[in-house]
Design a binder for this molecule. Structure first.
Ligand SMILES: O=C(CO)[C@H](O)[C@H](O)COP(=O)(O)O
Length: 298
């Protein structure tokens, strides 16, 4: 995250899938995992401890690269979770468990990492299709709507994710929310020459826009594509992600925004219960949460 301004200013509280009525520690009663305790974290912030977060990312990455087959073209997202997936992909290639795999990186950083981990990269325009894409996420709701762009790379991430036959999203449990926009603003990539009118239009959509500032450089973040990023908070969260995604992209001067609806084919959720770490499908995660709610309200 490059923002000099803390994202805390955008936090509106609530919105976590972890309902505030649910006790912090409850027994999981989802049939397949009887007895596993999911740590119920602070409902308003839903923080995963840094040590657990790394282990969750590793588990998610291993599960994801297990889906790659020899000869595939792989789309590589950006961010810390996608980076671990790239590392794990490189290991499988080095061990010759995968052959003839090439990757398309979403940005400069993902291409550098791919080369570092021994994954051959090609240009998006040189391949006919992407077989499978992996990507991280800032927030995901139970309908697989995503909020991305914490790393200011969402435009090309969306291009890769939508070009892929399969788009696999990797999320630790802290990323799952009831409503998008409750813990993160919507990043919007904007042509620098159009910044003022775009800011005004974003306000008419009910947003509170803020130009993202760079760290260790005075002035704004400039993306790999040469544009600026405006982080737009929506104080009441986002009611209809698909609609807002379209409305923001209709503003002249907007290149792309970080809401991604209808693209993820699968969302893998990394969950932690005590020392146990597991990766499950989003639908199963939602079943667990619902059954916990039923248990605590009974
Ligand atoms: O959208 C992104 C970058 O633009 C990232 O996927 C998102 O910010 C998640 O990153 P991380 O895996 O480090 O939490």
């Amino acid at each position: 995250m490059q923002a000099a301004v803390s994202f805390k200013q955008f936090v509106t509280g609530g919105g976590s899938l972890f309902d505030s009525n649910v006790k912090r520690q409850v027994k999981c009663c989802y049939p397949k995992r009887k007895g596993m305790t999911i740590s119920m974290l602070q409902p308003s912030t839903n923080v995963v401890a840094p040590e657990a977060r790394d282990a969750l990312k590793r588990a998610l990455a291993k599960k994801a690269v297990g889906l790659v087959k020899s000869g595939m073209v792989v789309g590589l997202g950006t961010g810390s979770t996608a980076s671990v997936a790239t590392e794990e992909l490189g290991k499988l290639i080095k061990q010759r468990k995968l052959k003839d795999v090439v990757a398309v990186g979403a940005n400069y950083q993902s291409r550098v990492l791919a080369r570092q981990f021994g994954v051959k990269t090609v240009d998006l325009n040189d391949v006919n299709q992407i077989d499978i894409a992996f990507d991280g996420v800032d927030e995901v709701d139970i309908n697989k709507n995503l909020l991305k762009g914490g790393g200011a790379a969402h435009t090309m991430q969306k291009v890769l994710d939508s070009a892929a036959k399969e788009c696999i999203i990797l999320a630790d449990q802290s990323k799952v929310v009831l409503q998008l926009g409750t813990t993160f603003p919507v990043p919007v990539e904007v042509l620098p020459a159009a910044i003022s009118p775009v800011l005004r239009k974003l306000v008419t959509l009910g947003g509170v826009p803020e130009i993202r500032s760079a760290l260790r450089k005075d002035g704004p973040v400039i993306t790999d594509l040469g544009n600026m990023i405006v982080d737009v908070s929506f104080p009441n969260g986002i009611e209809n992600p698909a609609e807002l995604e379209k409305y923001i992209n209709l503003i002249p001067g907007v290149v792309e925004n970080g809401i991604v609806s209808g693209i993820a084919t699968s969302v893998l959720v990394g969950i932690q219960g005590g020392d146990d770490i597991e990766v499950i499908d989003l639908a199963d995660f939602v079943k667990i949460i619902n059954s916990q709610k039923e248990t605590t309200s009974a």
